[in-house]
Design a protein around this ligand. Structure first.
Ligand SMILES: Cc1ncc(COP(=O)(O)O)c(C=O)c1O
Length: 432
């Protein structure tokens, strides 16, 4: 693998306008919108804005992407999709989805409580509850809405919500919807800090107040796993409920791919498990797996479910078909693990300090390296990865986020490593 000169190390000032500048901009809307529109248009033309790339094929290990300048299809290896198990592109899943879609139709025309539940929805809820080892499960239109839903349904004024500071945006949006709860973050993954917080908050809690301890199975930007084996006993000792967003653990961790709870052998000990179909199941939609009494509460009082149309049967069918494919072929989960090991080992051989047990591998890029020109070069060399930049993460935590699939071949991985060896490693190592 050749190590090229670090051409993409540019002074940050040349490239320093970020989405945050526009998000926080003041002034008349027409001016703000026009300036932003111009920024996105020129950024796309220059290859520096790589958001919303137009994909012309299924989001499998190789994709056709429309080149923003020429308009022509461009074949790329896909290391930027959460389709971790390759199910988006799986003929058996397509066939089963079409079969079920013919029976149940495309949509229901209403929210679940009124007219939006079919036997197919119930079947998926039952299968998910069994997979997750819980009594019940409630479907949501998206994982985002599931994160808005549980807290609105379950939390009341005076309740205490303790959460990992790296929680997903949807958690924070849910938190913003509830009034009168006492919300306190703990430093990322720091269970000693969580223990101190639990002791303090429990002392000050009103009689009857619930305490929720919230974490993610796999953190979406870093790919690291929550220390659930330490969090759950702490929560149990404090009489708190554990809430786990396992969006990126499902299909990835645990012997059956059931997620982070299975990985740690904590079945039956996590009170609320949030999941999504938009990652390993490669569709869209979300769910909450939990005890029956909590599930009923959530069904009737989660406003993001009650006041939104039910998941269309075609989506439920695809999620169910994906679940069946994982049950039928558990080797997919194993293949994913092997590929993650290969990519991690390959990136380390390039000198990049990475580690991951999940399908997300974060390749940190020092703050003094301009990320966008690097991303443009990686894209031009046919590798689709996501560059995560400020303000999505602090400047000193900007990175490439490499997402691995079970269906990546050795040559797909070799391509990724070749391009990272030529483009990313030299720039990163030169700045270290
Ligand atoms: C940790 C986490 N929770 C929730 C979500 C939202 O899931 P969905 O795409 O189903 O809305 C995401 C997706 O980005 C996520 O990464």
């Amino acid at each position: 693998m050749s190590l090229a000169t670090p051409a993409a190390v540019l002074p940050a000032a040349e490239n320093d306008r970020t989405l945050r500048d526009f998000a926080l901009a003041q002034g008349p809307l027409a001016e703000r919108a026009a300036a932003f529109s111009e920024y996105v248009r020129t950024g796309r033309e220059e290859g520096l804005v790589l958001y919303e790339r137009e994909i012309l094929s299924a989001a499998g290990p190789r994709v056709l992407v429309r080149d923003a300048a020429s308009g022509l299809p461009h074949e790329m290896v896909m290391f930027g999709s959460n389709n971790y198990l390759g199910l988006a592109d799986e003929p058996a899943v397509h066939a089963r989805t079409f079969e079920l879609c013919r029976r149940y139709g495309t949509g229901l025309g209403g929210p679940p409580l009124l007219n939006g539940t079919t036997e197919l929805h119930r079947e998926l809820e039952r299968r998910l509850a069994a997979w997750k080892g819980t009594e019940d499960c409630v479907l949501f239109p998206s994982g985002y809405q599931a994160n808005l839903g549980w807290i609105v349904a379950l939390a009341r004024p005076g309740d205490i919500v303790l959460y990992d500071e790296h929680s997903h945006a949807s958690f924070f949006d849910g938190l913003a919807l509830v009034k009168g709860v006492r919300a306190r973050p703990f430093p990322h993954g720091d269970t000693a800090a969580l223990e101190r917080l639990l002791t303090r908050e429990r002392r000050g809690a009103a009689v009857g107040a619930s305490i929720f301890v919230c974490a993610e199975g796999v953190y979406s930007m870093d790919g690291d796993t929550a220390p659930l084996d330490r969090i759950v006993p702490l929560a149990e000792r404090a009489g708190a409920l554990t809430v786990l967003d396992d969006a990126h653990g499902l299909g990835v961790l645990g012997a059956r791919g059931a997620g982070t709870v299975e990985h740690f052998g904590l079945d039956g000990r996590v009170d609320v498990q949030i999941g999504t179909f938009s990652k390993a199941l490669a569709v869209t939609g979300g769910f909450i797996a939990c005890r029956r009494d909590l599930a009923d509460y959530i069904r009737y009082f989660a406003r993001s479910r009650v006041f939104s149309a039910a998941l269309p049967p075609v989506v439920v069918a695809a999620a169910l078909a994906g679940l069946e494919a994982i049950e039928r072929e558990p080797a997919r989960v194993e293949r994913l693990r092997r590929n993650v090991e290969r990519v991690v080992a390959g990136l380390r051989d390039l000198g990049l300090p990475v580690a991951s047990r999940s399908a997300i591998i974060a390749v940190g890029v020092p703050a003094e390296v301009a990320l966008r020109p690097l991303a443009r070069e990686v894209h031009a060399r046919g590798v689709f990865v996501n560059a995560v930049e400020y303000p999505a993460v602090p400047l000193d935590r900007q990175r490439f986020r490499v997402s691995v699939m079970s269906e990546h071949s050795e040559s797909d991985i070799a391509r990724l490593l070749e391009v990272f060896g030529d483009v990313v490693a030299p720039a990163v190592l030169a700045a270290c």
